[in-house]
Design a protein around this ligand. Sequence first.
Ligand SMILES: *Cc1c(COP(=O)(O)O)cnc(C)c1O
Length: 427
Amino acid sequence: MSAEVLAEVRAATPTVWRNPARRDTPAPAGLTLSDVQEADALLRRFAPYLAATFPGPWFEGPNGVEEGVIDSPLTRAPAVRTDLGVEGEVWLKRDDVLPISGSIKARGGIYEVLTLAERLALAAGWAGGDPRRGDHREFGGAELRDLLSRHTVAVGSTGNLGLSIGLMARALGFSAVIHMSAEAREWKKDLLRRLGTRVVEYPGDYGLAVATGRAQARADPGTHFVDDESSPTLFLGYAVAGLRLVDQLEAVSLLPTRANPLHVHLPCGVGGGPGGIVHGLHLALRARGHDTRHLHCWYAEPVAAPCMLLALATGRGAVVSVQDYGLDGVTLADGLAVGRASDLAWSTTAGRVAGAVTVRDDVLLPLLRRLDAAEGVRLEPSALAGLAGMLVLRERGLGDEPGARHLAWATGGSMVPATEMGRWLSA
Ligand SMILES: *Cc1c(COP(=O)(O)O)cnc(C)c1O
């Protein structure tokens, strides 16, 4: 890490770390293209069950409405482009309206719970035992719910992962225990309690909630712990987004080319969500013969919690924490308030990302209001880190090459209660 980046990290001012070592490495075992395709296939097997269990609206993509498919539209944001004075086209990937739980966490969290449900059902001799022919709508029936009710799903979370997993686990009949870190919002805890989830609160940061949850689950064979710091299953669920995004990019002629490089701006906490997307997108683009050198993926983090930047820049992964650099990890971007990166996410994407950028908290609410005014899109503060990162890059002359286009991942928002959103809009 250069002395300049180090000084900016320690001073908690915006900084950009550019990756000096981009290279196309083979996918690790268990995270290959066919693994991501299998994850996609499992999600599609459950689509009829999900469509019957949760109200829509469902994903409308290049092939029309796909009932039960957990994905989000890719939309152009011309007004915000003008408003922010950005050179190239700006697009939003609208995970804020993702079905079921309204954030990027729906992708990985729900996938891991569904994987567990199918595995337990098959092991118990579920009559629809051939997963290609079994009717997954049976997961809504008493027999399978009764089976799953004998198992517990647990997770440590800053909020949205707990929400996604609690919603899905309880719908399937599982017991659920959510270990919530201090910054998790009250309304998320209240909603989970109403669903019959046990919510355990921690005074400290997210790392403590994960470590405690993991240790408790290890002592109980009936509990499955969804490990946000290291689960390949969770990571594969996120990677499906990258796979499917290629079709969307194709449909609107946004594929990265020499003439039109594509910059993707990803709000990053522990790194599983954005890392999975980076991974899946690279695998899928390469499989279709596209040149990934013109794809530039940037992790965007709060200045107080740049755990992925530190993991990448030091090359030491989850060994380093933001506290080691004198930062407290306290941020308005609650979904990104993480002290250590996921080893799986940083190591899998270290050769692929363009870099990492940090953003100040005090730009998030003004951006939230501008995006609402310009496009009528209401995001939670964490979800604005991508757009904020794009602006920091621009100040440094990055991402404004002729023909460059920008895709900011809008990672959450539609579940936020109106009162809370109202406070942010009028703050
Ligand atoms: C969790 C979260 C992220 C980042 O995902 P990680 O897997 O923690 O990196 C981004 N935005 C929102 C709204 C989130 O809840």
